[in-house]
Design a protein around this ligand. Structure first.
Ligand code: AMP
Ligand code: MG
Length: 331
């Protein structure tokens, strides 16, 4: 049996989790909540630094309850990127310290691929088109020839950030996505929003601006704006995902990332899949948002395929793209 300890802390959620080949054994978390505004990278990093000891200790206690101990851990996996520089550096420093003191290998994990692999594991889906939508990222991906290929992506901000920005404008606290979803459910009238799809790529920053104008200058009801924002943004995502499925001849799709918790987005994608005779998969919400289990799980796949990270190659990369990673754990 192999046990991997995974550390996640790319943005606001700090987590330490342990997985084996059989199951997710324990996941300890501590979430940074900004007092006002969005995520401040330095404040989030300070939160992670002060909470790291506690989450790692909780994870160790969690595995002790299952009859394991720290000595049974085979390797330390951590999010090497993408993410906020100060947060990444804080968590990577802890990961290196654990690797050196426990004398076990270090595994630098791409955070986006971790979102994809945990979804595949939980849903039992092998070769889907993936829509990965989180705070900072929005990508359509498919696996081919040892790489996760990005077929389409946002040209500016991630869909989650676009929702969070507009929510802040409405005076709502972070994270705004779930609050926009609630307001949108009460909207009835479609207000014009820019629908920007360029080939397979997307743009969301104009949507945030248009939504702010619709509220402040044009005095539309916030429920109607949230409804229109979601309908427009999610239709853009559904369109590009469907085109990827058509061109790559795939009949399975997997939703990943924190924005994937949105029921309207799930509904639109499910309908699109049903209409083309394809299957739609989405994991439980706890595995959609950032979590340590996904880092430990990808760490396990990498470890078992002999893919570990020497300390001198463990520098973090805030712009780490999934298509930079050589996939060693799939045929
Ligand atoms: P992640 O970076 O994967 O943890 O995802 C965080 C992002 O997901 C934030 O931008 C949240 O606002 C967004 N989010 C979480 N739940 C929802 C939801 N129900 N609807 C829309 N966005 C959401
Ligand atoms: Mg994420």
């Amino acid at each position: 049996m192999t046990l991997i300890l995974g550390l996640e802390g790319t943005a606001w959620n700090l987590s330490a989790a342990v997985v084996s080949e059989e199951k997710a054994i324990y996941d300890a978390e501590s979430t940074y909540k900004p007092l006002h505004g969005g995520i401040h990278p330095r404040e989030a990093a300070q939160h992670h630094a002060s909470e790291l000891k506690s989450v790692v200790s909780q994870a160790v206690k969690g595995i002790e309850a299952e009859g394991y101990s720290l000595e049974n851990i085979d390797a330390i996996a951590f999010s090497q990127g993408p993410g906020m520089g100060p947060c990444l550096r804080t968590v990577a420093t802890a990961a290196r310290a654990l690797s050196i003191s426990l004398k076990i290998p270090l595994i630098g994990v791409n955070h986006c691929i971790a979102h994809i692999e945990i979804g595949g594991w939980r849903c039992g889906v092998k070769d889907p088109v993936v829509l990965y939508v989180s705070g900072a990222n929005s990508q359509v991906l498919v696996y081919r020839s040892r790489k996760y290929r990005i077929l389409g992506e946002t040209l500016d901000i991630g869909i989650g950030n676009a929702l969070d920005k507009f929510a802040r404008h409405l005076g709502l606290s972070h994270p705004g996505g779930p609050k926009i979803e609630e307001l949108a459910a009460k909207g009835t009238k479609y207000v014009y929003m820019p629908y920007v799809v360029k080939g397979m790529d997307l743009s969301f920053s104009g949507l945030s601006t248009a939504a702010k104008d619709a509220f402040t200058s044009h005095k539309h009801k916030k429920e109607d704006i949230c409804y229109s924002f979601q309908e427009t943004a999610f239709a853009m995502l559904t369109e590009t995902t469907e085109r990827a499925m058509a061109h790559r001849c795939k009949d399975e799709m997997l939703l990943a990332g924190g924005v994937g918790a949105n029921r309207r987005l799930q509904q639109m994608l499910r309908t699109m899949c049903q209409d083309r005779g394809a299957s739609f998969y989405v994991p439980e919400t706890e595995y959609l948002r950032d979590n340590g289990t996904m880092i430990a799980y990808l760490g396990l796949l990498m470890y078992k395929s002999g893919n570990t990270t020497p300390i001198e190659e463990s520098t973090v990369n805030p712009n780490f793209r999934p298509d930079e990673v050589e996939v060693t754990w799939r045929d």
